[in-house]
Design a binder for this molecule. Structure first.
Ligand code: NAD
Length: 356
């Protein structure tokens, strides 16, 4: 495969690229604008591979997309580029509308222009894989209901509404133009190289710095947690074996209350980096937990029914929440250079290397 990955310098996109380079023979082009969330240092382990190419491109720039498609000649597109942080979408929705909706529209059109010119065999085998979120389904009241691929859309935040819009565009491009698309909607990811504004790394790094560990409301919101490397494997399975026009939900079978997640991280840190006795009287990291005003429109519970991808494509997550979280905490302990450079902003230096 010759795969264009959009947003490949982000958290999940970089895991997908590392998976493609390390475990497949695919040729990969990373198309990324390098917003604050893009970090090429997350790709250090694969950047010297002759199968890896980088194009610094905004997906809202149609000409730049045409040039990259023409230069790289992809057989598939995996579309992950997005504005992804719910709190930022509440503070300023504009970038979310621009990248997630207009950018996806631009990418669909660039793909269609390129795909229309392909010979018929290549046209049939081409895939456009759109990566989306379970947040498009809104939230669940009870404790047993699950999101399936046919759950009606009911997004709550500017972020999830913009992702829902992009999903509709992708499906319409298949119905109207016959573009061979695949969609996946996944639950909350966690793992290595996660930007520190998100819950899991934020808690790990605040705890290590002895800072408060903020928990929204009473911490009873429930999320399903998926280890990012399990997700990257699932995405490759879907891109290779998924049925055109189908949607696959991807989840980790790990429903946890936010407070439980924070407490589990504290337990791991208590074991791996015990607090010194002299430390201001604090004996466990849990004493740093601080409840803060809830986010407006905060969804109560997300839970994914991932049985379709398991049944039809044979994918199952390899990590439980316990094993995945332990690996994640250990990764942050072992890779302080990566996150120190994110916290100081130095990761944004020297980001102009590009193939075009
Ligand atoms: P991220 O914020 O870590 O990375 C996004 C990447 O997209 C960055 O590298 C950024 O530079 C790039 N980007 C942003 N705007 C761009 C533009 N206009 N042009 C080109 N590149 C641009 O996001 P993530 O957590 O890796 O999420 C990837 C995808 O998965 C997103 O579509 C997101 O909606 C979806 N998703 C994420 C989660 C999660 O838990 N992180 C869960 C479900 C779905």
């Amino acid at each position: 495969m010759r795969v264009i990955v959009t947003g490949g310098a982000g958290f999940i996109g970089s895991a997908v690229i590392r998976h493609l380079i390390e475990n497949t023979t695919s040729e990969v082009a990373n198309l990324d604008k390098l917003t604050y969330a893009g970090n090429l240092e997350s790709l250090a382990s694969v950047e010297t591979s002759p199968r890896y190419h980088f194009y610094q491109i905004d997906i809202c720039d149609a000409q730049a997309l045409d040039d990259a498609f023409c230069a790289f000649q992809p057989t598939a597109v995996m579309h992950l580029a997005a504005e992804s942080h719910v709190d930022r979408s509440i503070d300023g929705p504009s970038d979310f509308i621009q990248t997630n909706i207009v950018g996806t529209y631009n990418l669909l059109e660039a793909t269609r222009r390129y795909w229309n010119e392909l010979p018929s065999d290549a046209k049939i085998n081409f895939r456009f894989h759109h990566i989306s979120t379970d947040e498009v389904y809104g939230d669940l009241d009870g404790t047993t209901e699950l999101f399936t691929e046919t759950t009606p859309y009911s997004p709550s935040s500017p972020y999830s509404a913009s992702k829902a819009s992009s999903d509709h565009l992708v499906r319409a491009w298949q119905r109207t133009y016959g573009l061979p698309v695949l969609l996946t909607n996944c639950s909350n990811n966690y793992g290595p190289y996660h930007f520190p504004e998100k819950l899991v790394p934020h808690v790990i790094l605040n705890a290590l710095a002895g800072k408060p560990l903020p928990v929204y409301g009473d911490g009873s919101q429930i999320r399903d947690w998926l280890y990012v490397e399990d997700h990257a494997r699932a995405l490759f399975e879907v891109a290779c074996k998924g049925i055109v026009g189908e949607t696959y939900n991807i989840g980790g079978h790990n429903e946890k209350r936010n407070l439980e997640v924070v407490e589990s991280i504290c337990d791991l840190l208590d074991e791996l980096v015990p607090l010194a006795l002299s430390n201001e009287g604090i004996r466990t990291y849990k004493e740093l937990i601080t409840f803060v005003k809830d986010r407006p429109g905060h969804d109560r519970r997300y839970a994914i029914d991932a049985s379709k991808i398991e049944r039809t494509l044979g994918w199952v997550p390899q990590e439980t929440f316990e094993t995945g979280l332990r690996k994640t905490v250990q990764w942050y302990l072992d890779n302080d250079q990566w996150w120190q450079r994110v916290l100081t902003g130095d990761y944004r230096l020297g980001r102009l290397g590009t193939d075009v």
